[in-house]
Write a protein of this length. Sequence first.
Length: 220
Amino acid sequence: MRISELSRRSGVPTATIKYYLREGLLPPGRATAATQAEYDEHHVRRLRLIRALIGVRGLSVSAARHVLDAVSGSPTDMHSLLGLVFGLSPTGKPGEESAEKSADEDSTAPGGSEAGSLLAELGWDVTEHNPARHVIDQTLETLRSLGVDYHWQSLLPYARLAEQTAVLDLDQLQEPSDPLEKAERAVLLTFLLEPALLALRRLAQEAESHTRYGKPEPRE
């Protein structure tokens, strides 16, 4: 297909496609003339992933290039692929966007943190560099500073629900066989679905409040 068709199929403007080509995010098409090239379905899938990584995930161009190169280089390792998409390298080391956070978080040893205790209780195998550990520690510390007696044990019921959610998430990644499609779907289902999941919690809270405390409807 020509670049105009590639733009239509992927939803990415032609000028942006040319920029991605110059930056090395998108491999060149098959040259058909001095200034023309043809593209295929691989380019469509890669463009969709680029759009998801930059537009949805919020990665820089250089960080997106790193993820794309790694995805193309190790298509059979699903765990590493998801780690790249979610912000961790295959070795478990912080990616570009989380390196600064990790430097600030070194003062709290993951093994001795409340998040570490929670993960140990759950039996979850999670890299020590996962920035979500710091979020848990910081949140619990903030709650206690505001007078709320809340500790990692209080999160156990929520963690079990999160575990079930993770099963649903990963189940939805089984169907695509192409690693680019898997990575794109992982980004979209994680980062675009999160607001809807939070909205469901708010709706459920209202429904439960009505069940417990709502006034009965007056009888006619």
